[in-house]
Structures are given as C-alpha cells and as structure tokens.
Design a protein around this ligand. Structure first.
Ligand SMILES: [Fe+2]
Length: 173
C-alpha cells in the first residue's frame, strides 16, 4: 500500500514521539545496569571475605546470588539496547553511576555484618526496581515493566531469606 505524504509524515512524527517518551525508561534501565554490576561485585567480595559459622553453605550461596544478579543484568542491558539505549559497560561507568557504595574487603567482619551488607544491598535493589516499575508504567513500556516485576519479585524473596538468616523480619513494604 502506498502511503500519502501526510501519512508518512504522521508516522514519522509518531515514531519520534514514541522514541522521546521512553527517555526515563532508558535511564532507569541503565541505572539498574550500573547498580546490578556493583551489587554483583559486593556479593563477590562477601563470597571471598566471609569467615565464621555458616561458611560452608553461605559461601556457595553467594555463587547463586551472583548468577541471579548477572542474569537480571543481562536481560536489563539487552532490553535497553532493544529500545535504542546504550548500557554502561565499563567498571568505571558502573561504579560512578551506581547508588551503591563499595568498601575495601576485610576479614574482620562478622558473618552477621556480611549478611547485613547483603540485606542493605538487596533492599536498595528492591527500591530501584520499584522505581523501574513506576517509570515503565508511566511511560507504557510493558516489556520493561515485566522485567522489573520479575527482578523485584526475586530480589524481595532474597531479602526475606537473608533477613531470616539474621533472625529478623524482611522489613519491606
Ligand atoms: Fe568462588
């Protein structure tokens, strides 16, 4: 079917409107790229530096947590590329754009302190993914919304499991 000039212009304008209405979605996806990368680094540090009771099951548990974070990272990065964005991809970009803060590893932290660091990290991710849900809802990006739903569901479950290990309530709304 041959389009009239008016139809073609209208389509082009609509395309541009669509492209310009997902700016915040792209930004929050990239925020998640930075934060998930740093979160995986924090979990890796806990994996290496933990000492104390529970080591034999907590040490391998960190491998599971890293695999899960890296899985979310890949899905989110590729969604960002799919909608025309450019994911952060260097350690410097991850670190300088993340809201998470890393500290040098030490062997003198108690197991409780190590698990609490994970709880704090995962609670941050939970809030981040809620922001992602709100923005993708506002901008009408259902696939990205689904990705944040899946990620938040799993991160919230991990907060529950880690806080249970500490004998505490999850403390999520
Ligand atoms: Fe290892």
């Amino acid at each position: 079917m041959v389009h009239t000039i008016k139809e073609t212009i209208t389509e082009t304008v609509n395309d541009h409107v669509t492209a310009s209405t997902n700016t915040k979605t792209k930004a929050v996806l990239n925020q998640a790229v930075a934060d998930l990368s740093v979160a995986a680094s924090i979990v890796h540090q806990v994996h290496w530096y933990m000492r104390g009771s529970g080591f034999l099951y907590l040490h391998p548990k960190m491998d599971e947590l890293m695999d899960s974070l890296n899985g979310h990272l890949d899905v989110i990065s590729e969604r960002l590329i799919t909608i025309g964005g450019e994911p952060f991809s260097t350690l410097v970009e991850f670190s300088s754009n993340s809201g998470l803060t890393e500290t040098t590893g030490t062997f003198d932290k108690s197991m409780t302190d190590q698990i609490q660091l994970l709880v704090d990290t995962y609670k941050y991710l939970s809030v981040l993914f809620q922001v992602g849900l709100d923005i993708t809802d506002e901008e009408g990006d259902a696939p990205s919304n689904d990705i944040f739903t899946a990620a938040k569901s799993e991160i919230d479950k991990t907060v529950w499991m880690l806080t249970a290990e500490l004998g505490k309530e999850p403390g999520l709304k």
